[in-house]
Each structure stands twice: as structure tokens, then as C-alpha cells.
Design a binder for this molecule. Structure first.
Ligand SMILES: Cc1cc2nc3c(=O)[nH]c(=O)nc-3n(C[C@H](O)[C@H](O)[C@H](O)COP(=O)(O)OP(=O)(O)OC[C@H]3O[C@@H](n4cnc5c(N)ncnc54)[C@H](O)[C@@H]3O)c2cc1C
Length: 265
């Protein structure tokens, strides 16, 4: 849709162009920004002109630029040692959109939008990704994505901060993972997503979509069904919207978590 309050869209070419003050917001793929009115915005600052490489292989693993599109991530050639790379396409397909949106929607835009059904948030949290955030004073801070997304449409981003990248450690990428998703209708928005990851000794279970913010449940030794159930029963922020009632989301999450636990046992 036309954003009639905008005076301009400014292309950023250098970090110094990222002065994002009141009335200004970063623009990535624009698939959310242009999908609803933004009456408080007068300027968008285009991040895609910064030329960040979409995917970089580092000494410790992989760094995904915030501007990496979902298409670039899905099309990434098999990465040596990334045992759970199958999660990428499973998460991408969890977005309620045709594959056309993959060409524009970015990983960073998805995480920063912070919708419960943020499928790239599911991926990032499942892989213990670290958010690298550029601060307006020219510095940088790091935080697990599990803590970066704090609720429905809320993150820890302070005014003027920009998500630069997501870092994935090779030790985590080497761990086998299992994915489950439930939606009320075949092509409906995700109602519950559970990803399990078998760590050296135990299991990490992450819950998204059914809850208002990501939950990461870590079990130091491989848990039994009762242990996983008991941990999920402590969760008290089941999301409520037309895509699923809280009691349904809770029941689905419990069921999917047991499937994930069994698959990885
Ligand atoms: C038909 C349709 C279906 C959709 N289905 C889903 C769905 O199932 N789940 C879901 O989560 N979303 C969904 N969306 C919303 C949206 O498309 C996705 O969340 C997408 O990943 C957003 O990415 P983007 O790059 O287009 O972000 P943009 O629209 O460019 O930006 C989104 C928000 O994030 C901010 N932002 C972007 N990048 C950064 C950054 N690097 N640092 C700081 N702030 C930043 C922007 O200022 C803006 O507030 C859907 C959209 C459509 C049109």
C-alpha cells in the first residue's frame, strides 16, 4: 500500500547513514512495512543498499546478514557440518505467504517484526542464534535472539538501533534437530511451532508461534515425556488470536513437543 505519511526513502550506503531518529525506521524487504498504514513514519532508511553479504562463513560458524532474504537462505548450498540445515526450508514454509515473498522478506525484518508466527525467529531461536545489534553511538551489542524478542511486536531494540546480523555457532549447527508445526487450516498462519535440538548430553526444545515470545527449554540430560510436559506446563503466555485459542495452542505444543522428543530419542 502507499505510505502517504512518508516524505522520503533514504538509501543507506555507510554505517554513518544509519541515523534513525523520531519518525524514521529501517526498511528491509518492506513486506510488513508496506502491508499496513504507518502514520507515525515520515522516513524509511533502506538497509538493503548497504551491500552486506547475505551469508558469511566465520571461524565459529555462520553469520547471516539482517538483510539476507529468505530466498537467499533457502537457496544456500548445503553447508558442511550443518546437520540441521533442513530447518531453513521448514521455517520458510511456515510463513503464511506464497514463495514470492521469499524474494523480498529478510531474516532481520522477520525477527524485528516480532510476530509470534515469525518463522525466522523460530529458526534463530532453535539454533541459539546471537543477534548482533548496531547501536547509534557506533558500538555494537550481542544478545541471544531468544531474549531479543520480548513479546508480540516487541524486541529489545532501543531507538536508533539496527539489527546487523545473526550469528550461528558451528557446534550448534552440527546437532540434529526435529521440527513440528500446527495450524488451524492447511495454509493458515502457524498456531504452534516446536523445534527440538539434540545437544551433546541432552535436549533443547524451543516453542514459538503458540506463545507471545520464544521459549527455550534446555534439558541437561535427555528428558522423558513427563519432564518435557512439566516444563511446558510452566509456560503461561499462550497466544490468543483468530489463528488459534490459547488452550488449543497449548495442547498442540504439548503434542508436537512429544513428537520432537521421540524423533530425537
Ligand atoms: C501475505 C503476507 C503473509 C505474511 N505472513 C507472515 C507470517 O506468517 N509470519 C511472520 O512473521 N510475518 C509474516 N508476514 C510479515 C512480513 O512479511 C515478514 O515478517 C517479513 O519477514 C518481514 O521482513 P521484511 O524484510 O519485509 O521487513 P520490513 O517490512 O522491511 O520491516 C519490518 C519491521 O522491521 C524493522 N526492521 C527491518 N529490518 C531491521 C533491522 N535490520 N534492524 C532493525 N529493524 C529492522 C522495520 O523498521 C519494520 O518495523 C507476512 C506478510 C505478508 C504480506
Amino acid at each position: 500500500m502507499d505510505l502517504t505519511s512518508l516524505d522520503r526513502i533514504r538509501a543507506a550506503h555507510h554505517r554513518t547513514d544509519l541515523a534513525i531518529g523520531p519518525g524514521s525506521a529501517p526498511l528491509a524487504g518492506g513486506t510488513w512495512l508496506f502491508s499496513e498504514p504507518q502514520p507515525d513514519l515520515t522516513e524509511l532508511v533502506d538497509l538493503t543498499t548497504l551491500g552486506w553479504p547475505a551469508v558469511e562463513h566465520t571461524a565459529d560458524g555462520i553469520s547471516l546478514a539482517a538483510t539476507c532474504t529468505i530466498r537467499q537462505l533457502v537457496d544456500l548450498a548445503p553447508v558442511d557440518g550443518w546437520v540441521s540445515q533442513h530447518l531453513v526450508v521448514r521455517c520458510a514454509r511456515s510463513l503464511v505467504a506464497s514463495e514470492k515473498i521469499w524474494d523480498w522478506a529478510t531474516v532481520g525484518g522477520n525477527v524485528c517484526t516480532a510476530l509470534p508466527a515469525g518463522a525466522l525467529t523460530s529458526l534463530a531461536v532453535a539454533l541459539d542464534a546471537t543477534a548482533v545489534v548496531w547501536t547509534p553511538d557506533g558500538g555494537e551489542r550481542r544478545q541471544p535472539v531468544a531474549a531479543f524478542v520480548t513479546g508480540v511486536r516487541t524486541t529489545t531494540l532501543a531507538p536508533g538501533e539496527v539489527l546487523r546480523s545473526l550469528e550461528l555457532a558451528s557446534s550448534v549447527l552440527a546437532e540434529p534437530a526435529a521440527f513440528r508445526r500446527a495450524a488451524l487450516t492447511r495454509h493458515g498462519r502457524s498456531g504452534a511451532i516446536v523445534v527440538g535440538r539434540r545437544s551433546a548430553a541432552g535436549l533443547v526444545v524451543t516453542l514459538t508461534a503458540g506463545v507471545t515470545r520464544p521459549h527455550r527449554l534446555a534439558f541437561p540430560s535427555f528428558p522423558g515425556a513427563d519432564e518435557v510436559r512439566a516444563a511446558i506446563e510452566q509456560v503461561d503466555d499462550w497466544y490468543d488470536d483468530p489463528h488459534g485459542a490459547p488452550d488449543w495452542r497449548r495442547a498442540m505444543t504439548l503434542r508436537l513437543a512429544e513428537q520432537v522428543r521421540e524423533e530425537l530419542s
